[in-house]
Design a protein around this ligand. Structure first.
Ligand code: RIB
Ligand code: CA
Length: 307
């Protein structure tokens, strides 16, 4: 059993990541820490509770984290995720309220519990704050898996917020820089693999989910419906990061030194891989360069469709 903490900005695909994590017997979700990203943390923290309670989980704690990035102005993505952040699908509001103190929860839990995997699927603001407060965390976190970056390792490895920058890194590049320079050596699930067409839900998949006997699958279909109508497919960025904590053999990875760019209209949030063989730089990240898309999709659909 892998103990995990999910740090996220629900968000349509974050919601599906929660569903996959909860329907995976290999994982024990210790808690969710919310951050501003797709939507403001006032909404992303409540959205995590909305998904948990729709699935019948009343005991997993959700903590409200950073409302703004370390330095930059907050940029959100309601145009993608809907005004409410969950596709404006009308999921019921939760009974519970988010708890305060996401960063304190991260520091306390990662200090007291051994072998915790941190799966980050939003901007890295909370994690950077935790590392600034307690640098020893780099020795306490068993594994950091992050959905973020575009590393140019596949034909799909280009940006989605700018031509070169992925949204999570773009929103808080200073936080990402702290994480990449911390020595944590994260496993990076970037757009290089998450936008692989073979790892993407089709409209047909969504229609099948909508008529599934599983309420979780039907709820997932509701959340992604407008996105699928609009774009014709649904990329599963965040569920893929959760999948990496369950089945690492779905991925081929390589170790690189990654630079995070913090400035420039088009380059802010760019994650650059050092490829010059004569430049000797210690690798600071393990980056996914291939995913078995069909096997990932099969696992995702199977597990969210479990009763
Ligand atoms: O670039 C995709 C990432 O940005 C996903 O985590 C999505 O939820 C948004 O946060
Ligand atoms: Ca996200």
């Amino acid at each position: 059993m892998v103990k995990v903490i999910l740090d996220m900005d629900p968000g349509i695909d974050d919601a599906l990541a929660i569903m996959l994590a909860l329907n995976s017997p290999e994982l024990e979700v210790l808690g969710i820490t919310a951050v501003s990203g797709n939507v403001h943390v006032d909404k992303s923290s409540v959205n995590a509770l909305r998904v948990l309670e729709t699935m019948g989980y009343m005991d997993i704690p959700v903590y409200r984290g950073a409302a703004t990035p370390l330095v930059k102005e907050l940029v959100t993505a309601e145009w993608v995720h809907g005004e409410d952040g969950l596709g404006d699908a009308g999921l019921p509001m939760p009974m519970r309220k988010p708890l305060e103190g996401a960063v304190k929860f991260l520091v306390d839990m990662l200090t007291s519990e051994r072998n915790v995997t941190l799966v980050a699927t939003g901007p890295l603001t909370n994690i950077a704050h935790a590392l600034l407060i307690e640098p020893q965390l780099t020795r306490r976190i068993s594994r950091l898996i992050l959905m973020g970056g575009a590393y140019g390792l596949t034909p799909y490895g280009y940006g989605n917020e700018t031509p070169v920058s992925e949204f999570n890194i773009y929103v808080d590049p200073e936080a990402a820089k702290i994480v990449f320079q911390s020595g944590l050596k994260p496993l990076c699930v970037g757009l290089d693999v998450t936008t692989d067409p073979k790892a993407t839900l089709s409209k047909n998949d969504v229609e099948k989910m909508a008529s599934s006997s599983s309420e979780t699958a039907r709820t997932a279909a509701k959340i992604v419906w407008r996105f699928a109508e609009r774009f014709g497919f649904v990329q599963l960025h965040d569920p893929m990061a959760v999948a990496a904590s369950i089945k690492p053999d779905l991925f081929k990875t390589s170790h690189h030194h990654v630079y995070v760019v913090c400035e420039g209209e088009l380059t802010r949030g760019q994650t650059i891989v050092e490829k010059r063989f004569w430049v000797k730089k210690e690798p600071n990240a393990e980056v996914c360069e291939q995913v078995d898309g069909p096997r990932f999709l099969e696992m995702f659909l199977e597990r969210i469709s479990e009763a």
